[in-house]
Structure formats: C-alpha cells, structure tokens
Design a protein around this ligand. Structure first.
Ligand code: GLA
Length: 346
C-alpha cells in the first residue's frame, strides 16, 4: 500500500478563467474539477476524495477511466473466432468495468503538454496480453485537455496486436451544486436520445432498443433528474434508479447531453462520438464513504454520464461491434463543456 502511495502523482490543469482540473496517474482519475458558480465562487463539481491515497482503497470508480471493457459483460465470458475468454465476475455473475484490476486501478505514465486548444496530460498504459483475461497487448492513450473555453476533452486511442474487445469510458460523478450534501435530483438533464437499452434482472441489456417516449427515460426535453426517478417502473426498480444506456440519435462527434443546475448557474454539455451513454444516479452509494464537503456520499449524491459502446455488446451480435483488430487504431472523443448562466437580479 505505502509503495503504491508514493507512486501516485497529481497533475493540475488550469485555464485563464480559473477552471482547474486535477488528474491522477492512478486510474487516470479526475480527482477534482473546480469551476466558478454564478457568484464567482470556485467549487469542486465531482465526487471523490480530498486525499489522493484514498483512491487506493476500494471505491465505486470515482473519476476513473473504466476499461478494458467498461460496463457489464454477461457471465464474464465472450467468444472471439470460436475461442471463449473468461473474465472476472466482479459484479454478481457479471464482469464489470474491466475486472479486478481494471484501468481504474493501474498506474498510467503521464506526460503534460500544451496545445493551441489549452493544456493537458497524456496518459499511457500498456495492458499486456491476457491481462484480466483479455487477449492482445493493448496500447492505450487517454488524453485530457482543459481548453481555453472551459471544456475538459477526453481523447482515447488504442491499438492491439491480437483481435480483442474494447469499451472505454470516464466515470466521473458530477454534482454541479458544488456541495455534495445536496442531491442531484434538481439538476435539469437533457439527453439527445429517443431510445435506451432496457435491462434484465442482472442489469444486462435484454437486446431490444426501447423508445423513451412516454417513459421515465424520456429526457429529450430538459427535465429534473428527480422528476420521474421514483415512479413505479420495472426498469427503474432493476437499476434502483437510472443505471441504463441511452442510444443517441446522432452519429459522429455531437452534442448529446446537457445538464443545468439553476442555483449555481452551472451548465455542462457533453459531446461524444460514442453510440451510447450510461446515466447512473449513484444508486449504490450507501452513505458509508465520507464526502469531500462533509457528511457522506449517498444514492443520488452525484450522476455519471458514461459515454460508451453498448453494455455486453461482445455477446449481443445485433449491437454495434466492439472488436478491435490488429492494424486498426481505435480513437474516440468525449467532451465535458462547462458554462455559466447568469440570470438577471442575482
Ligand atoms: C456503472 C454501473 C453501475 C455501477 C457503477 C459503479 O455506472 O452501471 O451499476 O456499477 O458503475 O458503482
């Protein structure tokens, strides 16, 4: 533990508007994102810990990069070219977020850079053949850039020397109020998706794409996250709230979601080129992990917008393929763009 403790490095990106993003080499974790509220007060808008070493203890993927396969794989198995691969079942019978030591727990090599866009860090990790049961030496680079216009850009790049599967995401829990004793039910969310993936009792997609219209999953027009979260609904019961993948209507890098917190004036937009996004309302936070701002993290203390491929896609042929072949380069982009809305008389 102490050896790992001394291996942790922290890197802070700053821009001229006072926005600050702190990133760890451990797990590629976004430890804090500080943005001003409408009164100019700088506050942290992501859940996690004050002390970097606390991220060495078990925690629910706070701020981390999830991989090799983010989200769930049914029974922890998949087949490629008639060969069956067995992964850790670390979530009931499911494989979750890359297994026992996923990308959230490994140490990445970090190199800082400056570009026209802003300042950033490039994180590199070589995941060896059969690490956590996945085939191929996978060379992964995650690039975080804080731009001059308050966007945290997350770029992903990967290559392999053997056919493999891949699904990478960023697992930050946001609470735009900056005070984690508040829940996020009052945040207004819009998702540009007319469909989502309903789940079976094991939280694995049943395979159909369901229309969100006339369901609690309809965020096509902005509505508070809490508006329908407690209505009687079999899918909400399975997830203990929202823990589902929305299927975007757009293709290519597009604006896919928008979250507004009126009291602080903070607005966050999400852009991605991925086909889906898991909205997770921190349903499994049970009040046992101490919060950065006092008290404890509870269900609904934060929300994750995990842009990604579809869960369990390696076992569901009708879903877009998540296979990465040798001689191919996987690239992907997700942006979290922060704005301030200053209303009159405030
Ligand atoms: C994802 C999953 C959730 C949960 C969290 C981590 O969002 O979909 O079910 O496992 O990660 O706690």
């Amino acid at each position: 533990m102490s050896e790992n403790h001394s291996k942790i490095t922290s890197h802070t990106l700053k821009n001229a508007n006072g926005v600050r993003v702190e990133i760890l080499n451990l797990g590629g974790i976004v430890k804090s994102i500080k943005t001003p509220n409408k009164h100019g007060v700088l506050e942290d808008v992501v859940l996690g810990f004050d002390t970097a070493a606390d991220y060495l203890k078990p925690h629910p993927y706070f701020g981390a990069i999830a991989g090799r396969y983010a989200n769930r794989i049914d029974n922890g198995t998949f087949t490629l070219d008639n060969k069956t691969y067995t992964l850790a079942q670390n979530n009931g019978s499911n494989h979750l977020h890359g297994g026992i030591v996923g990308f959230d727990k490994v140490f990445w090599d970090v190199s800082p850079f400056e570009s026209e866009d802003g300042v950033g860090v490039r994180l590199h990790y070589l995941s060896e053949d059969m690490e956590e049961g996945y085939p191929g030496n996978l060379d992964v680079t995650v690039t975080y850039t804080l731009t001059h216009d308050n966007t945290l850009k997350v770029g992903y790049k990967a290559t392999t020397d053997k056919k493999t599967i891949l699904n990478l995401t960023q697992h930050s829990y946001f609470n735009l109020s900056g005070d984690f004793s508040n829940d996020i039910l009052d945040h207004e969310l819009q998702i540009n998706a007319s469909q989502y993936l309903p789940l079976n009792q094991n939280q694995i997609p049943v395979g159909t794409l369901e229309k969100v219209k006339n369901t609690p999953f309809d965020f096509q027009n902005p509505k508070p996250i809490g508006k329908d979260i407690a209505v009687e609904n079999a899918q909400l019961e399975i997830g203990k709230g929202y823990d589902h993948c929305w299927v975007f209507d757009s293709k290519g890098l597009s604006k896919v979601a928008r979250v507004y917190h009126a009291e602080s004036g903070r607005l966050m937009e999400v852009y991605t080129d991925q086909p889906g996004m898991q909205l997770y309302t921190a349903n499994f936070l049970d009040g046992t992990i101490p919060s950065k701002t006092g008290g404890f993290y509870k269900a609904r203390s934060g929300f994750c917008l995990e842009t990604q491929q579809f869960p369990n896609a390696p076992n569901q042929v009708e879903f877009p393929s998540t296979i990465l072949n040798p001689n191919e380069t996987f690239t992907s982009e997700t942006w979290f763009k922060f704005h301030l809305i200053k209303t009159k008389n405030q």
